[in-house]
Design a protein around this ligand. Structure first.
Ligand code: BGC
Length: 761
């Protein structure tokens, strides 16, 4: 008996203790103390390549330790591992400056917030986009990263590179407008600025987060070509050119799958097609499964840790469809043990997080708090962004710039005049040390010699109930009219604010908030020298007053320096050079997504069909001949520019790697008497394509700063990719041989020069 049972027990023991090669003991149910880590373990050696360090570190981690890395340890921190010396990644929102990391925007925006972080409030993303100044956006990224480090954090949650598909998206102010090329260039610049400081950016939100309506449940139906041509290029460039260290998945669904577990988007496109080597972080509270999420390539679920159960139990997440807690270590381990997540996958995902910890040098040089924020250098970047971002949309009779020496009185009017509306609402809202309202900026600029009178004109919709009665409204309007009637010039500052334009809900209407159209009309009647200033992140309807308005400026939530920037433009200390990064339609019904927003009419449930396809923004207005109020790329200056001498030359890029390229040269001359900057835009028109293509697409741009009378030659280099469309059949970018037209101009509707380009077979 003893003899016969012995082999059985021996075999059972062998089965229980057998660990297949490559699988640690824990996976087979054995808990062994991990081996001690020698002081000279290769992963600790900063001289070794990151991949080598990752492999070494992974080989020393237990299965539990790896699983623990996949979810956050708190609201804004990833999990640290003290045994191995892996630091937590300490995050902060983003992208328009550094926001407090002590919780959701509902908490951090409270007057009595638990942790008050005061940092530089940079202009909104759309304001920075209106600068078309990649060098400046890179300096902004750098300045923000310096503040991140000074505050002892490691990662900034930005840039936002989602495309402005609809004029009503609540977060249009955060992003870089409607054009994928412009968004790509600015996104790459921001990333380079941030990463150059050893800080980790997070490119968000992957992909197609284009509306806030039901943002956790909305299911966007987007075809492959539209995704590749419109909604993905900024992410592609962020990865391929910016070398982005992290990408944040979006809340919404794309083609039926939540973005956090959207294998076609994450695995096939981001990791496969784009070759992304950083880690993917979920948007806060956007996971819905364990194995499917990990297997799709999601690396880090945020937030996580002990606060999660309480957070999930609150009414907010439950009512909106937010979800989380799916990548908690116990859930991940259970799926590994059940064979639904392989350890190789776990290694890949954890390895991507570790790699970023090494390449960003966070492992070797942790960021310790205590540095300076809101320095004069950072303020200067904010001011330059706010100034260059202001777009002069109308200037009849050259009312602007104002001559301070000739003006004795100014009426500054409107709900956005005396309050600095620095940004839109939600997670990007930064608390600055100070902020300059238009009224402050104007008062400082003109000094005591000019009489500046302020009138509210109309209360901001929903802000102050006492202003919302018929009597209060009539009184405020009358005061504004009186102030305007007795002044040399009236400046009316209107628009929205952070409770009407914000994350988590869309803007209700393209119309200005209640009473603002009437205010503009009344002031214009009282004073023919009226300048209307819009402070908004989205286009607004202006049909009621635009024909009578002599001068119009858009200042798009210019951050803490917005008021100084506006004053500099009004009085000609700075020459306007901003250009619209979005088309302004005349009315919402004219916009391409109309009928397919917020859900598709007469289709099922929470589905929105991107039926307009690639015809977003000017691609639609210009191709389908729908006249916008103001076109994409448009913006006036106090000087004028002449375009001439367009020359095209085809060459090989170089001898060793002969790729055909086209060199485009254009001469630009400042023909006025003020220094100024022009944004030269190059569009490509494909008139012979086998596939339906927009009338033209932006492919290059360049800001040229010129003294009066000065001229310069702007050079662009084009390659085949710039002539291509995404072919769903070939799953590749394709340029059909034939004749292309190169168009160079000052907006999508102001093409000044044209030339033919032959693409040979
Ligand atoms: C937003 C993200 C943000 C995150 C953390 C989410 O609600 O969509 O953009 O980075 O919260 O605050």
């Amino acid at each position: 008996m003893r003899r016969t049972l012995l082999p059985f027990f021996a075999a059972l023991f062998a089965v229980l203790t057998f660990v297949p090669a490559g699988l640690p003991a824990q996976a087979a149910g054995q808990t062994a103390a991990p081996a001690a880590v020698p002081a000279d373990a290769p992963y600790k050696d900063a001289r070794l390549p990151a991949d080598r360090r990752v492999a070494d570190l992974l080989s020393r981690m237990t299965l539990e330790e790896k699983a623990t890395m996949l979810s956050g340890a708190g609201w804004m921190e990833s999990a640290a591992n003290d045994r191995l010396g892996i630091p937590a990644i300490k995050m902060a929102d983003g992208p328009l400056g550094v926001r407090s990391w002590a919780g959701s925007s509902a908490i951090t925006n409270l007057a009595g917030a638990p942790l008050k972080v005061l940092s530089t409030s940079f202009p909104s993303g759309v304001a920075m986009a209106a600068t078309w100044d990649t060098a400046l956006v890179q300096r902004e990224g750098q300045a923000i990263a310096q503040e991140v480090k000074a505050l002892g954090r490691d990662m900034i949650l930005g840039p936002t590179v989602n495309i402005n598909r609809v004029p009503l998206w609540g977060r249009n102010f955060e992003g870089y407008g409607e054009d994928p090329y412009l968004a790509a260039r600015l996104g790459v610049a921001y990333i380079k600025g941030v990463q150059g400081e050893g800080v980790i950016p997070s490119v968000k939100h992957f992909a197609a987060n284009n509306e806030e309506f039901e943002r956790h449940r909305i299911d966007e139906q987007i075809d492959a070509r539209t995704l590749h041509e419109i909604y993905l290029p900024a992410f592609k460039a962020a990865v391929e050119e910016g070398g982005a260290w992290t990408v944040m998945s979006a809340y919404n669904k794309v083609n039926g799958l939540n973005c956090s577990m959207n294998a076609p988007l994450l695995h096939e496109i981001l990791l496969g097609e784009f070759g992304f080597k950083g880690f993917i972080v979920s948007d806060w509270g956007s996971t819905y499964a364990t194995a499917a999420t990990v297997n799709a390539g999601m690396d880090l679920e945020m937030p996580g840790g002990p606060l999660l159960p309480a957070y999930k139990a609150t009414a907010g997440p439950q009512a909106t469809g937010r979800s989380g807690g799916w990548l908690a270590a116990d859930k991940v381990l259970a799926e590994v043990k059940a064979g639904n997540i392989s350890e190789a996958t776990l290694n890949d995902n954890v390895g991507r997080i570790l790699r970023v910890i090494f390449v960003s040098a966070l492992f070797d040089h942790p960021h310790t708090a205590g540095g300076e924020v809101d320095t004069p250098a950072q303020q200067a970047v904010a001011l330059q962004g706010a100034t260059e971002g202001i777009v002069l949309l109308k200037n009849a009779g050259s009312l602007l710039p104002l001559d301070a020496a000739k003006i004795h009185s100014i009426a500054v009017i409107g709900p956005n005049a005396a309050v600095a509306r620095t940004g839109g609402g939600g997670s990007s809202m930064v608390r600055p040390n100070y902020s300059i309202a238009p009224l402050d900026g104007i008062r400082t600029r003109v000094g005591s010699g000019v009489d500046v009178k302020y009138a509210l004109g109309v209360g901001m919709e929903g802000e102050d109930r006492t202003q919302d009665t018929p009597e209060a409204r009539a009184k405020a309007l009358q005061e504004a009219v009186d102030a305007a009637a007795h002044a040399d010039v009236a400046v009316v500052v209107v628009g929205r604010y952070s409770k009407l334009e914000a994350e988590s809900f869309d803007v209700k209407t393209m119309d200005l908030p209640a009473g603002q159209d009437e205010l503009i009309e009344a002031v214009e009647k009282a004073n023919s020298h009226t300048i209307v200033v819009l402070n908004s992140g989205d286009p607004v309807t202006m049909t009621k007053w635009i024909a009578q308005t002599p001068a119009l400026l858009e200042m798009w939530y210019g951050g803490q320096e917005g008021g100084h920037a506006l004053a500099a433009i009004l009085f000609g200390d700075a020459n306007p050079s901003g250009k619209l990064p979005v088309s302004f339609p005349k009315k919402f019904e004219d916009s391409p997504a109309y009928g397919n927003y917020p859900v598709s009419e007469s289709r099922e449930g929470l589905k929105v069909y991107y039926a307009e396809g690639i015809y977003v923004g000017y691609r639609y207005y210009d191709t389908k001949n729908v006249e916008p109020q103001f076109p994409f790329g448009f913006g006036l200056s106090y000087t004028s520019f002449e375009y001439s001498d367009l020359k095209l030359a085809q060459r090989m890029s170089n001898d060793t790697n002969p790729v055909p390229i086209t060199v485009v040269l254009i001469k630009i001359r400042n023909t006025g008497n003020r220094a100024g900057a022009e944004v030269v835009q190059l569009y490509v028109h494909d008139g012979h394509s086998k596939i339906d293509r927009p009338i033209h697409e932006l492919k290059r741009f360049q800001r040229a700063e010129l003294a009066p009378g000065e001229s310069t030659t702007v050079m662009f280099v084009l390659n085949n990719a710039d002539l291509s469309y995404w072919s769903p059949e070939k799953k590749a970018w394709v340029a059909d041989p034939g004749t292309f037209e190169i168009q160079v101009g000052a907006s999508s509707r102001d093409i000044r020069l044209r030339a033919q380009l032959e693409l040979k077979k």
